[in-house]
Structure formats: C-alpha cells, structure tokens
Ligand binder design. Sequence first.
Ligand code: AMP
Length: 303
Amino acid sequence: MENRKKNVLSAIQPTGDLHLGNYFGAVKNWVAIQEKYNAVYGVVNYHTMTMPYKAANLQEATWKMIFMVMACGVKVENLFIQSLIPEHAELTWIFGCTCSYGELARMTQFKDKGEQLKEGDKEAFVSAGLFYYPVLQAADILIYHADLVPVGKDQEQHLELSRNIAARFNRQFNKEYFVHPEPLYTETPKVLSLADPTRKMSKSLGEKHYVNLFGDADRIRKQVRSAVTDTGERNDVMSAGVSNLFELLKACEKHDIRQSLLDDYSSGALKYADLKEAVVEALIELTQPLKENLAAIQADKRM
Ligand code: AMP
C-alpha cells in the first residue's frame, strides 16, 4: 500500500445557525483531523432542497455556513460548495442508473424523513429529491475518492449504498476507478437539548432547544441557567440533564473543574447552580473567539 494520506470526506447542510451539537458532534472533529488526513469538507446545499427550505435564503445560508466552519478553524482550501461543482449532479445521474429503485426504497432515512414530513401534514410534499438523495451523497463521496467518511449510525446504510454503487460501476466499466469508502468512527459526544434532555439538541425542535454557537453570551447564559436538570428519573442515577451538563464540560475540555464537580456530585454536595455556572463560563470562553473569527471573516472584503 502506498504511503499516502487517506482521503476523508464529510459534509454539512446549510440549514442556518450552527449549534453546539453540530460543533462538538461534527465541526470540531473536522478541525481535529484535517492535518492527519487529506480532508475535503462540503457545504451540501443541494441536499438542503430535499426538505422544506427557504429558496430566497439558500445562497446566503450556504456562504454563511462556509464562513462559520472557517471561523471554527476549518481551512478554506479544504472546503467546497456542492452547487458550484456541476460534476456532483452529473455523477448523480450516472450513479442513479447504477443502483436500483428497490435499493433506494429500502433506505430508512427516506422512510423516517418522509414520515416526519407527513406527521404534521398528511398532504405534505415528499419530493423525489428526498428519495434520490443517497445517490447524490454517493456522488459527493466517490467523486473525491474518499477512503474514509466520518459517519453516525444513521448514515451507515447510505455509505453501504455508496460502496455498492462504486463496486457496480467499477465492474460495469471494468476498471477499479472508484474507491470503496469505509466509515471513520470517531468518538463525538451526543449533545442533548438543554430544555428537554430526553432529546438530541436540534434546530428542528425549536429555538429553545439549541444553543447557537455564534449567539450572544447573554442568551447562552440564560439557556444554560434554565437548563432542565431533573427529568424525573430514578434518583440513584444521574439525570439526563445533569449528565448533559457534565458532557458539555468534557467537550469543552474543562477536565479539572468537571472532576471536582463530579466529586461533589458523588458526595451529594453538588449545587446545580455551580455546575451551570461552570458550563456557562466554558461555553463563553469557547464561543467568544469563534465569534471574533466570524466577524473578521465577514468583514474581509476578499470573501
Ligand atoms: P444536522 O444539521 O442535524 O444534519 O447535523 C450536522 C452534523 O452535526 C451531523 O454530523 C450530526 O451528526 C451533528 N449533530 C447534529 N446534532 C447533534 C447533536 N445534538 N449532538 C451531536 N452531534 C450532532
């Protein structure tokens, strides 16, 4: 095997604000691995069109996402915008003829997202694009000859499809052209909603459920101070809300203060207000420089 850096491909949709879950669960890892690998990261705006979206905002949201991930430390030379590279769409067509209708119909994300759309509205528009998007995803991955793709459990099936498409294409064209991408498992925390720690932090749950990475310090303070700590679990196990606050301290690499508060928890002396203040401080320390980076990038007229 030749001694070269492996190619890594990862992507994010430009769906508006970046929240703590996106940062700790994805973007921070992008920054961490971008030297070790030959990393390519995409803002995949065609994927955003598969679910309801605001057409007039998509262009601005795409660039904002580029600026936000740059502010987090992702190098600009590692970034691409999907819609600016026509080969993504072209290869999607070719790959669409390389996989079967049945394969796509078995994708659980299509079923889940389709049902999610229909939950609130029985007549909801489930686009053909939503059905087809794993093919576009295969094009995103294979076009860059990605050896590795950081994935969560929910994306494993799509990666398997990408491998099947690569194998079928290579067989059909009698050439080992496309690489078979493998999952890259990295340990990333699952950040829960502060307002309802039984659920994952997500924008789709509504404003109070996510902490905007670039939001103002007062709002972060308020959100953390009002975080739900007791969710009615057994009191001999740490509640999801308290555990989530400890996880945030760990994600912010505040290991000493976390350990000291954990000791307080074990001895029964922990005041939740102290835990929350430690989280507030850690988050403000984390987000302040990122906000400054973003302001500088947006003020740069060359961008
Ligand atoms: P999304 O916008 O939900 O597609 O998320 C973009 C990226 O952020 C994906 O890699 C997700 O796995 C990650 N992510 C989103 N929400 C969370 C969360 N609450 N905790 C950890 N990672 C998350």
